[in-house]
Write a protein that binds this ligand. Structure first.
Ligand SMILES: C[S@@+](CC[C@H](N)C(=O)[O-])C[C@H]1O[C@@H](n2cnc3c(N)ncnc32)[C@H](O)[C@@H]1O
Length: 360
């Protein structure tokens, strides 16, 4: 089967669609807000110009709360601060217009009651150094590190790696995830100031499962149904593959040595939690399966829609529209609502000592 060119992986569904359909991600983030508060309270500022980096901001809505918390902490502890730069980063294909609109207009924006705050954005992959060396005080990153820098190959027999029967594929994905993790940490280490800290939240697995298998399996069954009506081809089924993978606790800890240090980053905290399913919780109250199905399908469209659109347009499919796929998916989910049991990891690292060799 053809290999998909995922080096130019598309970002989330545009026109603000991700912002409107990312309650699941917000619910996960909310679980780690106490950890984030602890982190920002412990940063010591050596200059009067602070820098907060928001890696993989997407359209920005879910970043507002953590950035607000960081700004309030900085201002209350450092009244003499001249400026706080907030730098949002994402892939070049990200919907940056929605990001800037969110920062300007959202009622919860960190700009609303503050001066001395200077937002900006960078459209580059974070698997390279993308900010000046030793410039970042606080780094935030949520729900992105499961996306790999490149997909080792398509998943011919499913959409999601956890569900494939092909063992070699699982190994290739694991290898790529390990490479990406160390590369991400090395790049952030260069960018952080000494004493600066980064928190990252991403999908994780416990006992060899992330919990996402049953959910994406329903999506796979939707695709098979479309195949049976000849609305999708075998090639399209093979190409529609999520370039995401799941790390275990061991995978996350692996680069860190006995002293818990890797690339001058000290592993300060590692937590894995059972993450919330806000759509299931809502369904418990409303007993409205249609809304349940729609919310989950929209979440899936927000994250996987652009990748699928790309496959459909590359194969010049005129028989199957993106909306048809997600309408059928919503219907399928509505017919038998279930709780998606999934896990999230939260990692906090601190840059502990500067080694110029890292710059070589
Ligand atoms: C699910 S969204 C998360 C957005 C937001 N942080 C949140 O928690 O809701 C994942 C984001 O990661 C971005 N992303 C994926 N790979 C990336 C990379 N290599 N460099 C920068 N951003 C990346 C995607 O474009 C997307 O905007």
């Amino acid at each position: 089967m053809p290999k998909s060119p995922l080096n130019d992986q598309p970002a989330m569904q545009g026109n603000g669609f991700y912002n409107k359909n990312s309650e699941l991600q917000k619910a996960g983030i909310d679980q780690f807000i106490p950890t984030w508060r602890d982190l920002v309270e412990t940063i010591k500022f050596t200059t009067n110009d602070a820098v907060i980096a928001d890696y993989a901001s997407s359209q920005g809505k879910n970043s507002l709360s953590p950035i607000n918390i960081a700004i309030r902490s900085i201002l209350s502890r450092n009244p003499k601060i001249n400026s706080i730069s907030v730098i949002h980063t994402d892939l070049p294909s990200n919907d940056f217009s929605s990001l800037f609109e969110t920062i300007e207009k959202n009622n919860n924006s960190y700009l609303s009651d503050q001066s001395r705050i200077f937002p900006s954005a960078v459209g580059r992959s974070y698997f390279d150094p993308i900010l000046p060396p030793n410039s970042v005080d606080i780094g935030w990153n949520s729900w992105s590190l499961q996306w790999m820098s490149a997909s080792p190959t398509n998943i011919d027999d499913h959409i999601f790696i956890d569900c494939t029967e092909i063992t070699n594929l699982k190994n290739s994905f694991s290898n790529q995830l390990a490479i990406d993790w160390t590369q991400f940490l090395r790049c952030r280490s260069k960018e952080l100031k000494l004493g600066g800290k980064l928190m990252t939240i991403f999908i994780a697995s416990r006992s060899h499962t992330s919990g996402w298998g049953p959910f994406w399996n329903e999506f796979w069954l939707t695709l098979l149904e479309l195949r049976s009506f000849d609305l999708l081809s075998d090639t399209e089924l093979a190409l529609i593959s999520l370039p995401i993978g799941v790390r275990s606790v061991e995978d996350i800890k692996n680069p860190f040595d006995k002293n818990n240090i890797f690339a001058n980053l000290k592993l300060e905290r590692l937590d894995i939690i059972d993450a919330p399913d806000p759509f299931w919780d809502e369904y418990q109250t409303t007993r409205d399966p249609m809304t349940y199905g729609l919310r989950w399908a929209n979440m899936a469209k927000a994250v996987a829609g652009p990748m699928i659109s790309k496959v459909l347009s590359n194969t010049q499919n005129s028989r199957c529209a993106l909306n048809e796929i997600f309408t059928r998916f919503a219907d399928r989910l509505s017919s038998h609502p279930f709780k998606v049991n999934h896990s999230l990891a939260c990692v906090v690292v601190e840059k502990v000592n500067y080694d110029p060799e890292l710059d070589l």
